[in-house]
Design a protein around this ligand. Structure first.
Ligand SMILES: *Cc1c(COP(=O)(O)O)cnc(C)c1O
Length: 421
């Protein structure tokens, strides 16, 4: 459930009409609902209770500092995958002991940043990385808390670009090498084992792959303990999928996910960490765009929007589906029209949807892309020198711009011409 509903025939984010935001900030823009973000975070904490747990929001899905502050103030931890994301979490007021550092290629600079600023744990992804972290920590005179990301070799049954838990993927350490790796960690002066980490992919629509992976983690926990390691935390990653269409998809609910975690890991006396991104942010955000032109082609009609692939890349990158709905609700029984919905960027890939039935639309009308809160704004670029679009946060009847659209001057002034040119 989200808080984007029609009221008096016009689409609202909570109690704010999207048309009012459009009039104030211009289109296109992203808009997030505080009530929806809060609700999704709470679904996870409730699903995991009474197990000791920490829900670490995967910042990479939606990294605006205002959103991080909202979730951090509710008690959320943060899962970061870069030094920049680490600084975002800190800027949002999240203490280091609630920040988990994931990612395949942490640099020594990033390690130093987090060790100095405070960190709950590093999720290590390779043996060279583990040795580098030990060195960096030793130089700083500290001991780094670590978990090793194990690759359980399970098929997440999701899009190939976001599956991460098969042995051919670049992520983690093969689970059958874990014993040797933990033994080496125990000998390294700068590291201290706190747990095990696993993350098998994103947009999973079944529980079975998770359960297979978590059972392997349960076995590994017992084995590593028998070998003398202290395993007090299991980080289970993120990846729970969301419905992208209103009609037929029904991915597992956080309640079912939580029940499965309790069933497979509940007797291990560990603290559970999870790293959901998409499930918290995805359906908490919309992208709102205006129609520039309706172009009647030979055998199809194009809706040319002011948003493009640089603003929301998921359709062109993953072939992803987003429901696209008119901001002004069409009266029941109104005629519809099949449109190819495209942006102005000079690539055929700049197509959001083909043959999509919508009520008749005209220049200046507004449409909203649903489920755009995750991997939307964060993946946007300035391709075609199109300014990054603003982000807006709504709470009740308040709204505020939480990232402004840059001016053309700001964009151009980032380039510099060498004096020898
Ligand atoms: C991407 C990622 C997540 C979040 O995935 P979602 O599908 O958005 O829940 C969590 N942990 C790690 C390590 C990731 O790479």
């Amino acid at each position: 459930m989200d808080h984007f509903l029609y009221k008096n025939g016009t689409l609202h984010a909570e109690d704010v009409a999207l048309a009012d935001i459009a009039a104030s900030v211009g289109t296109p823009f992203y808009v997030y609902s505080a009530a929806t973000l809060t609700r999704h975070y709470r679904l996870f904490t409730e699903a995991l209770s009474p197990l000791p747990h920490l829900v670490c929001f995967a910042i990479k899905s939606l990294s605006n500092v205002a959103v991080l502050k909202l979730l951090g103030d509710l008690g959320a931890g943060m899962d970061v995958v870069s030094g920049g994301e680490y600084l975002r979490a800190k800027a949002a007021g999240v203490p280091g002991d609630r920040i988990v550092f994931s990612g395949v290629g942490k640099t020594r600079d990033e390690m130093r940043l987090a060790l100095k600023g405070g960190i709950r744990q590093f999720n290590l992804e390779s043996e060279p990385e583990m040795r580098a972290l030990s060195q960096v920590a030793t130089e700083l005179g500290v001991v780094a808390p670590v978990a090793v990301r194990v690759n359980p070799d399970v098929d997440a049954k999701t899009h190939e670009k976001i599956a991460t838990g098969k042995k051919e993927n670049k992520f983690g350490i093969p689970i059958d090498r874990a014993s040797a790796v933990y033994a080496e960690i125990a000998r390294l002066p700068g590291l201290k084992v706190v747990g095990i980490d696993v993350h098998i992919g994103s947009q999973l629509t079944e529980l079975e792959p998770f359960e297979l992976a978590f059972k392997k983690v349960a076995d590994l926990t017992r084995q590593l303990r028998a070998e003398g390691h202290t395993i007090t935390r299991l980080d289970l990653g993120g990846g729970l999928g969301i419905p992208y269409t209103r009609s037929n998809e029904a991915p597992p609910l956080p309640t079912d996910y939580g029940a499965m975690i309790k069933r497979t890991l509940g007797d291990l006396d560990v603290e559970i960490e999870i790293e959901p991104g998409r499930l918290i942010s995805g359906n908490s955000g919309l992208m709102v765009s205006g129609v520039i032109y309706v172009k009647n082609g030979e055998d199809r009609d194009f809706l040319i929007l002011d948003a493009a692939m640089n603003d929301l890349v998921r359709p062109s990158m993953y072939g992803a589906h987003h429901d696209i709905i008119p901001v002004v609700e069409a009266p029941a029984g109104s005629p519809t029209q099949a449109y190819d919905i495209v942006g102005p960027v000079c690539e055929t890939g700049d197509t959001f949807a083909k043959g999509r039935d919508l009520p008749l639309l005209a220049e200046g009308d507004l449409v909203a892309f649903r489920s755009a809160g995750a991997y939307g704004a964060v993946m946007s670029s300035e391709y075609n020198t199109r300014p990054l679009i603003p982000e807006v946060l709504v709470k009740g009847d308040h709204f505020a711009v939480i990232r402004a659209r840059p001016t053309y001057d700001e964009m151009l002034n980032r380039d510099s011409i060498p004096e020898w040119l």
